[in-house]
Ligand binder design. Sequence first.
Ligand SMILES: Nc1ncnc2c1ncn2[C@@H]1O[C@H](COP(=O)(O)OP(=O)(O)O)[C@@H](O)[C@H]1O
Ligand SMILES: O=C(OP(=O)(O)O)[C@H](O)COP(=O)(O)O
Length: 391
Amino acid sequence: MFNKKTVEDMDVKGKKVLVRVDFNVPIKDGKVGDDTRIRAALPTIEYLLNKGAAVILCSHLGRPKGGPDPKYSLKPVGEYLSDLMKKPVAFADDCVGTSAEAAAKVLKPGEILLLENTRFHPEEEKNDLDLAKKMASLADVFINDAFGTAHRAHSSTEGVARFLPAAAGFLLEKEIKYLGQAVAEPKRPFVAILGGSKISDKIGVIKNLLTKADVILIGGGMANTFFKAQGYPVADSLVEDEALDTAKELLANGGSKLRLPVDVTIADKFDAEAAFKVMDMAPIPDGWRILDIGPKTVEAYAKALKGAGTVVWNGPMGVFEFPNFAKGTYAVAKAVADSGAVSIIGGGDSVAAIQESGLADKITHISTGGGASLEMLEGLVLPGLAALQDK
Ligand SMILES: Nc1ncnc2c1ncn2[C@@H]1O[C@H](COP(=O)(O)OP(=O)(O)O)[C@@H](O)[C@H]1O
Ligand SMILES: O=C(OP(=O)(O)O)[C@H](O)COP(=O)(O)O
């Protein structure tokens, strides 16, 4: 079922191994927040070090626009990893070029180097092969362990695999195996929950989910786009206008499977200290924005989750980073945990939310990928996986 070479199939002793990880973790005030994605990469890193490889890690962080931006530096992640592993982690302030080359050259077996954010090069997201070739030139072997980014065909995920012997890390293998079998024949009722802020990225998944899931519960920024598509003025709420046509089409075809919030919590600014109130869904007053689902919606969604056989969830129900707007996300998390269903929660922020809710140990599978697990669910090919060598 998993037909790609893995790290165990590769000869890595004495070699330099470039490992694509997904260290796209929440950073607050220059410090790492939820570290699930970092911990999830440790088995591959430790295996390689024990086998006598020199490990060169690369990742993106956030969505920097058009060049280097200190806000999106991976430096704090390197420091965090060093504390976690209790060993030095060297850092190069570019993922290619002289600093990366010099740092990679002196790296010895058993040592770790982290390269700066791959998205500081705009070519990365275009899967530019020159950039990929430069990254590949730093190493002898490529391992992709970035499940969370496996749905992106970028230079550091897909491109680089064309220039080096390329195999999967343990995390990538584990996620694909688990999600593959869990969604092949899901226990029913199958409830999907979709929220968050990456709206145009993820709204397309709903069309396909309508054929697979029994109920789809919408929250977060995703819901706002549906409200606008229904004709509600949403004032300053987060909406992605390019997703409006898709939302309209889904509303027309989704029938009773597709559920939207019936009430919302609105705020007078995008701030943890904002004034807020709950209202039944109606035109949003000027100057306000929707930052969470309301209590009636929580009740309705909890009812839909009761007795579910399988639950797949990506995207928080509100801006859970602000305590006043975390209630919807935490209450839905509790309903998922209490449902007794096979539950899969994926995505950088969704996982951070479930960890903060204290309910993580009641969830069947915490996945490091949100968009990646949704695309898997859709049956799409993940380019980061497809590029690796077959067994
Ligand atoms: N109503 C909302 N308005 C603005 N942002 C929202 C809203 N609801 C959720 N969010 C934001 O969505 C983000 C997570 O979205 P996304 O990246 O799609 O999820 P994940 O990382 O789990 O895949 C969070 O930072 C959260 O604050
Ligand atoms: O956080 C990620 O995706 P997710 O929010 O869907 O889990 C991945 O690191 C991919 O990031 P991207 O959606 O900016 O390509």
